[in-house]
Design a protein around this ligand. Structure first.
Ligand code: COA
Length: 327
């Protein structure tokens, strides 16, 4: 049996509701021109009433399973990267298991903010090394808009909801997951937070919601670290695999903001036409952004057979990561 770790199928899902910049102009003091110039985002998707992170994750998982030609019951492990689970307990992964109509699998969430999907890929790789027969569902899914303050113009224009998924096995047909690199710097955690409701920022019965319930970020600082960290971890993974940026056919960064994506592309010294972005249509969907873009880039033919694809992400923590896929 071929021992390579392979992605057998990709999937994605975004809610139908579209929130445009024109809609946001009616909610806060902003303009389409400001949002497009500073972020590249034109519209984003948001969940409807009663639609939760596990619903988005389950839809993406179903698509990935279909593309892998597998039944849900064949899956042995479900890993969901998210900071917006339906509940703290049970985990989002447990709800996905239930919604897929399966049981007695191993299912757990990963808290790595926007890097959650790449962290899930690495956990999948580790599990496959321990259990070569495993069939892993790695998912990134978020209802970020649940944790966005729609009266704060500095954050509410940035984010959207969505999900993406991949099925991993050892051997079989599909692109090879060559390597993954993960990094964290907890010293910088206070620059990007969602702290309300944690035991360091509790809510008692009757309390009103405070600003800390929502995403809070120091935009310029996050921007600088995001560009620096994603570029360096892309170079590290190339060096570790005896490759250079000239070998990379597609760079697919976390879809935080077009200016961040563009700056990473420039610093990484790759041609702009090799950089994939859908941030204009989805905004920053946190852990969902990389798998949502990846599934789309495969289906639209942006990624072709034979391509070496570099994934990279950056998020609260700070956490950051890179991964190499050989199609
Ligand atoms: N509409 C209009 N004006 C806005 C605005 C909005 N939605 N949001 C902020 N502004 C104003 C600010 O109040 C400020 O006004 P002032 O100069 O009068 O004080 C001005 O625009 C510039 O704000 P600033 O925060 O300096 O803008 P910026 O160029 O740094 O862009 C971000 C802001 C958030 C777009 C940018 O810093 C960024 O993308 N950071 C990374 C955020 C991110 O993606 N985080 C998640 C990563 S995983």
């Amino acid at each position: 049996m071929n021992n390579d770790i392979v992605i057998r199928g990709f999937g994605r899902y975004a809610p139908e509701n579209v929130l445009t910049n024109a809609d946001l102009e009616k909610m806060v003091d902003t303009s389409d021109e400001w949002i497009v110039t500073r972020t590249g985002v034109k519209e984003r998707r948001i969940v409807s009433e009663g639609q939760f992170t596990s619903d988005l994750a389950t839809e993406a998982a179903r698509m990935a399973l279909k593309n892998a030609g597998m039944e849900a019951d064949e899956i042995t492990h479900i890993i969901v990267g998210t900071f917006t689970p339906d509940h703290l307990v049970p985990s989002c992964a447990c709800s996905v298991e239930q919604k897929l109509g399966i049981k007695e699998k191993a299912a757990f969430d990963i808290a790595a903010a926007c890097s959650g999907f790449l962290y899930a890929l690495e956990m999948g790789r580790a599990l496959l090394t321990l259990h070569p027969e495993a069939k892993i569902l790695a998912i990134g899914a978020e209802v970020v808009t649940h944790r966005v303050n729609f009266t704060d113009r500095t954050t509410c224009v940035l984010f959207g909801d969505g999900a993406g998924a991949a099925v991993l096995t050892k051997g079989g047909q599909g692109p090879k997951l060559m390597d993954v690199k993960l990094a964290t710097d907890g010293n910088l955690g206070s620059l990007l937070t969602v702290s309300g409701g944690g035991c360091a920022s509790t809510y008692k019965p009757g309390d009103t919601i405070r600003d800390d319930y929502f995403v809070m970020l120091q935009g310029r600082e996050v921007f600088k670290h995001a560009v620096r960290s994603m570029t360096s971890i892309c170079n590290e993974i190339l060096e570790a695999n005896g490759l250079t940026n000239k070998d990379v056919d597609v760079l697919l960064p976390h879809q935080a903001n077009w200016r961040i994506i563009d700056a990473v592309g420039r610093k990484f010294e790759i041609e702009p036409e090799k950089v994939y972005s859908n941030v204009d249509r989805f905004g920053n969907t946190s852990a969902a952004s990389v798998p949502l873009a990846l599934s789309e880039a495969v289906d639209t033919g942006f990624i072709k057979d034979g391509d070496l694809v570099m994934l990279t992400s950056f998020g609260g923590g700070f956490t950051w990561a890179s991964a190499l896929l050989q199609f």
